[in-house]
Design a protein around this ligand. Sequence first.
Ligand code: C5P
Length: 219
Amino acid sequence: FSGGPLSGKHVLVTSGPTHEPIDPVRYIANRSSGAQGTALAAALRDLGARVTFVTGPADVPPPAGVTVVRVETAREMLAATQAALPADAAVMAAAVADWRVDNASGSKIKKDGSGKAPALEFAENPDILATVSKGASRPSLVVGFAAETDDVTAHAAAKRVRKGCDWIVANDVAPATGIMGGSENAVTLITDTGTEDWPRLSKEETARRLAGRIAEYLV
Ligand code: C5P
């Protein structure tokens, strides 16, 4: 691996879902498997990068040969991400929960016999991608992901500008595509210079292509 085009470079990858507690035994989550982020970390490692892999509770094991930092919540992911900087590039593939339960209970919530359900209140989580993109120790390349179910390219292009990242990897996660939780991905890469539709590929091959582009950019 050493001697690859990314040797001497540090790349941060976030991956997986976050879990936001309701009480000590229950949580809110999403359907992210962590497969694409894991494949990316492996592909960047294979090009010689030193990879810090900040991962939520994913379905797939983290790759060997990377520094793994396991987190549960969005706020923990933000802290771990900031602690991992500086980096030459950051690839934020995690499906971070937009909201956490603001009135999470420190003890298990019980049925009280009244027939009334507990009322959850939500608070917005920090946006890790925007925070890193606009922060003082910003990597020279920041790549975000955008999972959309409609108007994929337009929403993702707006997100690139709003969050301040350099590239957005957009994908269509409408249930009919089978992408979320599946083994293949069909992405659109949006940069400051244009938009490229990539063919439907395995998540590993998508990762190799993206890692190659990152290497070209950083060299
Ligand atoms: O806004 P949306 O969640 O669709 O944006 C997706 C991108 O933003 C992903 O790169 C994801 O990792 C990142 N994100 C983040 N922190 C959040 C929400 C999303 O870093 N709280």
